[in-house]
Ligand binder design. Structure first.
Ligand SMILES: Nc1ncnc2c1ncn2[C@@H]1O[C@H](COP(=O)(O)OP(=O)(O)OP(=O)(O)O)[C@@H](O)[C@H]1O
Ligand SMILES: Cc1ncc(CO)c(N)n1
Ligand SMILES: [Mg+2]
Length: 479
């Protein structure tokens, strides 16, 4: 009987690495964020302590449908109420384990070499085991004396020959998930990629989302204006997408003649051609995330509102009204149309002047006012509002994120630079690039804030223009 096992995100616990959070709470948060299988592992614990921990984990996941396996301790599976066991090459032989477990519980086997796989194929029936753990992919702290890492290429060769589904194990990181998925595995088995992570849910969701994407990068779409100076607009958006691991696509709403000192002209793209760019693209290319920037006119804003109804990807709306130089980028009569578009957005990212215009109020000066305006802006229809603080820069460069769960502050240090052209475009594009791989908007916003701060930290290394220069979109890549 083939068991319907979801091996995609397989958590192996490590008591030491789980730290103060503890094993059961780590498991609870990981399962909440989408972990599909749990193996309780602690080679140093005695049976009594191990059984207590296993029972705690079984109770923690009760009702979720997520199976709990015991590492090596086949004889404790029934007492723990667990769903099966996993044995290594030096643990109890599979035949003996299966005799103790009976036919129904899940049984996994570690395999490190081709010879071990050949032995299993020659000596084990299809139903004797349910999956193989192939590894180690790379040296792992969890098994310091383990067989030398054989690497994914070698292991995928084993997976291709295996009659059982296989998980990749041993030093597997979130960044490996795409390659593992493309290499024919049924899942990733991880310890330190989840255990001991500062945010277990976010770490787990990154694995879940990477696996769900089939190993492909998210495709992000920017619907915005062109900034020839490269610091803002679609140019900044596409650089940001690329720097953060998304494939960038674009629909251009307006051409600007612009440099780091100002905007000398705007040519708005005819609405029908904006629609034609969009329809031609989405007819062929999947879109996982959307950023909307400069719209220039009410007509364009209303057209984009219609077009967005054709997709269900998350939408980041940067309600662009004025460039850093102070030049207008949105007609006065277009504000109401932008308000209508907000209802289609999942998150909006106004700066302080834009928030004041959208609310018909004066610009917030203090943090309390920022929070109040961010909360009030949610009434326009977007669940999340990221009110950017670049125009009032307190000591922590505080932005305010308001959502269904309240208000979050996003903080960093203040970067002493004049090169802040396009910071808002860049931040909103970072949200669009990161959202498909993240747990939720708060974790996405925290990652985007960290990234934009780094781009500002390195902005002075570019030397572009004599006015407010661009931020450094590729600071993580250029030496
Ligand atoms: N000097 C700085 N130091 C640190 N963070 C900054 C600085 N200037 C801006 N930021 C951050 O950059 C992000 C963008 O905020 P900002 O208010 O500049 O957006 P914006 O006005 O829409 O930018 P633009 O319109 O030029 O694209 C925010 O996270 C803000 O806190
Ligand atoms: C094209 C374009 N979009 C957005 C901004 C906001 O900075 C800009 N300066 N130029
Ligand atoms: Mg802006």
């Amino acid at each position: 009987m083939s068991k319907d096992l979801d091996l995609s995100v397989y958590l192996v616990t490590d008591t030491v690495q789980c730290g103060a959070l503890g094993v059961a709470e780590t498991v609870r948060q990981a399962v909440q964020a989408g972990a599909t299988l749990v193996q309780v592992r602690d080679p140093d614990a005695d049976d009594d302590a191990f059984l207590a921990m296993a029972r705690d984990v079984v109770e923690t996941v009760r009702g979720t449908g997520v199976p709990v396996l015991l590492d090596d301790r086949v004889h404790l599976v029934a007492a723990a109420g667990a769903d099966g066991a996993h044995v290594g090459q030096s643990d109890m032989p599979v035949a003996q384990a299966r005799a103790i477990l009976g036919p129904d519980p899940i049984l996994g086997l570690s395999v490190e070499t081709g010879e071990q796989l050949d032995w299993a194929v020659a000596h084990l029936g299809r139903g004797d085991i349910d999956y193989l753990g192939l590894g180690p992919v790379r040296p792992t702290a969890s098994k310091p004396n383990h067989a030398p890492a054989t690497g994914l290429r070698y292991l995928s060769g084993l997976a291709a020959r295996s009659p059982w589904p296989c998980v990749a194990i041993g030093g597997v990181k979130a960044a490996d998930t795409a390659a593992v998925r493309r290499s024919g595995f049924a899942g990733v088995s991880v310890i330190s990629a989840i255990c001991g992570q500062p945010d277990v849910r976010a770490a787990t969701r990154e694995l879940v989302n990477a696996w769900a994407s089939g190993g492909l990068p998210p495709v992000a779409l920017t619907i915005a204006g062109s900034d020839p100076s490269g610091g803002a607009g679609i140019q900044a958006d596409l650089k940001t997408f690329s720097a953060l691991g998304a494939f960038g696509t674009s629909v251009i709403t307006a051409l600007t003649a612009q440099n780091t000192q100002g905007v000398t002209g705007v040519h708005v793209v005819p609405v029908d051609f904006v629609a034609q760019q969009f329809e031609t693209l989405v007819a062929d290319v999947r879109i996982d995330s959307i950023k909307v920037g400069m719209l220039a006119t009410a007509e364009l804003a209303d057209e984009v509102t219609e077009l967005l109804g054709e997709l269900d990807a998350p939408v980041v709306l940067d309600p662009v009204m004025v460039a850093t130089s102070g030049d207008r980028l949105l007609d006065d009569d277009a504000v109401q149309a932008v308000r209508r578009l907000i209802a289609k957005a999942d998150i909006i990212t106004p700066n302080l002047p834009e928030a004041a215009v959208l609310l018909g109020e004066t610009q917030a000066t203090g943090l309390d006012e920022m929070s109040a305006q961010a909360v009030k802006l949610r009434e326009l229809g977007a669940d999340w509002v990221l009110l950017k603080g670049g125009h009032r820069l307190d000591a922590r460069a505080t932005d305010v994120l308001a959502g269904p769960d309240g208000v979050h502050e996003l903080v960093s240090h203040v970067v002493q630079t004049k090169n802040t052209h396009g910071t808002g475009c860049t931040l909103s594009s970072a949200l669009a690039a990161l959202r498909p791989r993240n747990l939720d908007w708060p974790s996405t916003a925290a990652a985007a804030k960290e990234w934009i701060t780094g781009a500002l930290d390195h902005a002075d290394e570019l030397g572009v223009g004599h006015g407010h220069g661009p931020v450094h979109h590729f600071y993580r890549f250029w030496s």
